[in-house]
Write a protein that binds this ligand. Structure first.
Ligand code: 5GP
Ligand code: MN
Length: 334
């Protein structure tokens, strides 16, 4: 998958480093968390003399805290001093599941000015704005976690264990909607067939991720679908929005809305949908589409965001109503 030259260079960089940051994007999902933890667990097992910092702009969502070493994550709200120091002194930074520095939120500047060698492992359409040393990129990969598998396997397959393959499994399963999209290529199943041999209990993992909602999270889901979903059957779109106050009312925690936007697309005849959520003083937007509507282009062109053809997002700086108005205008003009 990747050249021997690139892998040798990576091994050389790891050998010659003492301090390694592994980081990913804000509002981290199963792929971001899985990619980081697979690499973290791999390096701490195989290179025990290295100091490794798994860093995220936001907290690890509660539904992924069953993953081994998820308690090691550092975030700027709780650990800003150690994060500052880590970025100032790191020898290498391994950036996973994103390739534009603005996806790093509060970490963007630290990342940008850090003198560490930067290594990207990503499956998004390539729009990198950063100087990097190495790039492991394939837009066709089901998840960044799948690419992490190829990279780690090339470094040393013998030294895999359950704690390394489990996060990769979770990354692939969550980023493909439990193998329902981005999963048409045989190699994804080859990876799964290799890692399932490590005694992964698929049913149990599914239950931990999807059948384990706190009551408040389920009530927030219900509120969105019953009270907040706006559906325009004629123009084939739907959307929902949530204000800061509503999130507070439902006891919102990071990750509670993961997956809700997909339900808005389950409706027959609906081709495109969006979610607008007031979070951390911006409007976090998620776009989803079926078939040929390219929401990555819409996110990029109108909202300064990005993503994939059928799943994209943005962080919008104007009001939530402005965001909705713009979305409706753009979709109705297509
Ligand atoms: P989600 O809606 O699940 O947060 O994100 C869907 C997809 O869009 C993911 O692939 C994610 O990486 C991408 N995405 C979400 N927010 C942003 C953003 O602000 N900028 C860019 N470039 N991509 C985003
Ligand atoms: Mn991903």
């Amino acid at each position: 998958m990747f050249s021997k030259n690139e892998i040798d260079k990576l091994i050389h960089l790891i050998h010659n480093s003492n301090r390694i940051i592994i980081c990913s994007h804000r509002s981290p999902d199963g792929d971001a968390i899985g990619s980081i933890l697979a690499i973290y667990n791999f390096i701490t097992l195989n290179f025990p003399d290295k100091v490794v910092f798994p860093i995220l702009p936001d907290r690890c969502p509660e539904y992924l805290t069953f993953l081994p070493n998820s308690d090691k994550f550092l975030n700027p709200d709780e650990h800003i001093e150690i994060i500052n120091q880590a970025f100032n002194t790191a020898d290498i930074i391994i950036a996973v599941d994103f390739n534009e520095s603005n996806r790093l939120g509060a970490l963007e500047n630290l990342f940008f000015i850090s003198k560490a060698h930067k290594i990207f492992i990503d499956h998004h359409p390539f729009t990198n704005d950063t100087n990097y040393e190495l790039l492991f990129h394939d837009e066709n990969a089901s998840a960044a976690s799948e690419l992490v598998y190829y990279v780690l396997k090339a470094i040393g397959f013998e030294s895999f264990n359950y704690d390394i393959v489990l996060p990769i499994y979770v990354g692939i399963i969550t980023d493909t909607g439990s193998l329902s999209f981005n999963c048409n290529l045989p190699q994804t199943y080859s990876v799964l067939s290799e890692i399932i041999k490590y005694n992964i209990d698929a049913k149990n993992i599914h239950n931990l991720i999807y059948n384990n909602f706190p009551v408040e999270r389920m009530k927030l889901f219900a509120h969105v679908l019953y009270n907040k979903l706006v559906i325009n059957v004629d123009k084939k779109y739907s959307y929902y929005s949530l204000t800061k106050e509503e999130l507070e009312e439902f006891g919102y925690r990071d990750g509670y809305l993961e997956g809700v936007v997909n339900y808005a697309l389950n409706i027959r005849g609906i081709e495109v949908t969006a979610a607008f959520v007031e979070l951390n003083n911006v409007v976090k937007i998620s776009f989803r589409s079926k078939n040929n509507i390219n929401v990555n282009e819409i996110a990029k062109t109108y909202f300064n965001g990005g993503g994939h053809k059928n799943a994209a997002g943005a962080n919008y700086n104007k009001s939530i109503n402005d965001a909705i108005e713009l979305f409706v205008e753009v979709i109705e003009s297509i």
